[in-house]
Design a protein around this ligand. Structure first.
Ligand code: NAD
Ligand code: ZN
Length: 342
């Protein structure tokens, strides 16, 4: 089968022939239909320090996908050939305290698809049945292909009650933009999104932001004054990983404000801890998705009108993957999708 392989310890990915994976008794084989390019895949493509330290070479990469089950192992009874499914990208151990208690997203032994084990940028992928999400009928196929990052957005956005609250989102990448649509759907009052990239601020506007702010040119204080928001933001969603963005967020929170932090900092972030202590701020780190409450919420929110489709701005055949990574590197895009099965 064709697959995008990190073959060498250098920049790039290579379209190669690799064997179709063999499934064990508790696994399913999925024919991949569409895949999303994640920021993680871009790190692997660009071969930055994180990727060099994390990815064993060779590795089939990619983890955001939708596809059709074509074969199931002898002990699989819940899934059948023909089912349209996505994969939860985190494979957990199943027997640690957190896993046994049903808190699988907190497993310390988590392995990543397309990071620590063969991924989805391929014509076929084998997955444990415990990592398969069966889609409801009627959701768009492109939307199904990005349930994994939508799950990051939903997990973060629903970490704290947003009904009637004022929400600050720092970072209007694909996940920040989806989070914007999610908190709007969940009943937030004002949603302010910051980014230093104008293309992405426009996208956030399309996804339901009350207003957007480029901190290079505008200040959050001015926006708050315009909206008559005297007490600061109730909920903050940090989705940039940028130290300045996080510091700006901390300074804008109300007393008792709550921050969910998804963005992965690329460097140490020093903050004014007095703001955290005296303003009694809660900061919660977010990793991945809750298994499978987040997946359930994604499905029912889309069924009840959440539309994240504007976040998908580019579509390419997988043989044109270089173009996909190129546009990702420019930042002039939302989500980029690769088609595998036309
Ligand atoms: P992205 O890199 O596409 O988006 C980040 C955005 O932050 C960019 O648009 C960038 O312009 C913006 N930004 C940079 N400096 C800024 C500043 N000073 N103020 C405001 N915005 C600024 O990433 P994404 O795919 O949307 O993911 C969002 C973040 O979440 C990334 O940091 C990613 O690594 C992280 N992530 C975490 C998890 C997890 O499980 N914790 C999973 C997926 C992604
Ligand atoms: Zn575990």
């Amino acid at each position: 089968m064709n697959a995008l392989v990190k073959r060498k310890s250098e920049r790039g990915l290579w379209l190669e022939q690799v064997p179709v994976p063999k499934i064990g008794p508790t696994e399913v084989l999925i024919r991949v239909d569409r895949t999303g390019i994640c920021g993680t895949d871009l790190h692997i493509y660009n071969w930055d320090r994180w990727a060099q330290q994390t990815i064993p070479v060779p590795m089939v990469v990619g983890h955001e996908f939708v596809g059709e089950i074509i074969e199931v192992g002898s002990m699989v009874s819940d899934f059948h050939a023909g089912h349209i499914v996505s994969g939860e990208g985190h494979v957990v151990c199943g027997h640690c305290r957190n896993c046994m208690a049903g808190r699988r997203h907190l497993c310390a032994e988590t392995k990543g698809i397309g990071v620590n084990r063969p991924g989805a940028f391929a014509e076929y992928i084998a997955l444990p049945q415990t990592n398969v999400w069966l889609h409801e009928h009627g959701l768009g196929r492109d939307t199904k292909s990005i349930f994994d990052p939508l799950g990051n957005a939903v997990h973060t956005a629903l970490s704290f009650d947003v009904l009637g609250e004022d929400v600050l989102i720092t970072g209007a990448g694909p996940i920040g933009c989806m989070a914007c649509a999610v908190v709007k759907h969940a009943g937030a009052r004002y949603i302010i999104v910051t980014d230093v990239n104008e293309y992405r601020l426009e996208l956030a506007q399309k996804m339901g932001a009350t207003c957007t702010v480029n901190p290079k040119h505008e200040s959050l204080d001015d926006i708050r004054e315009k909206l008559n928001m005297r007490e600061g933001f109730d909920v903050g969603l940090e989705m940039s990983g940028n130290p300045n963005a996080f510091r700006q967020m901390l300074a804008q929170m109300c007393h008792g404000g709550k921050i969910a932090m998804l963005g992965i900092p690329s460097e140490d972030i020093s903050i004014d801890w007095n703001q955290v202590v005296f303003n009694m701020i809660t900061i919660k780190g977010i990793y991945g998705r809750e298994m499978y409450e987040t997946w359930y919420k994604m499905t029912v929110m889309i069924q009840s009108g959440l539309d994240i489709s504007p976040v998908i701005t580019h579509r390419f055949d997988y043989t044109n993957f270089e173009k996909g990574f190129e546009v990702m590197n420019t930042g002039q895009c939302g989500k980029v999708i690769l088609y595998w099965n036309q």
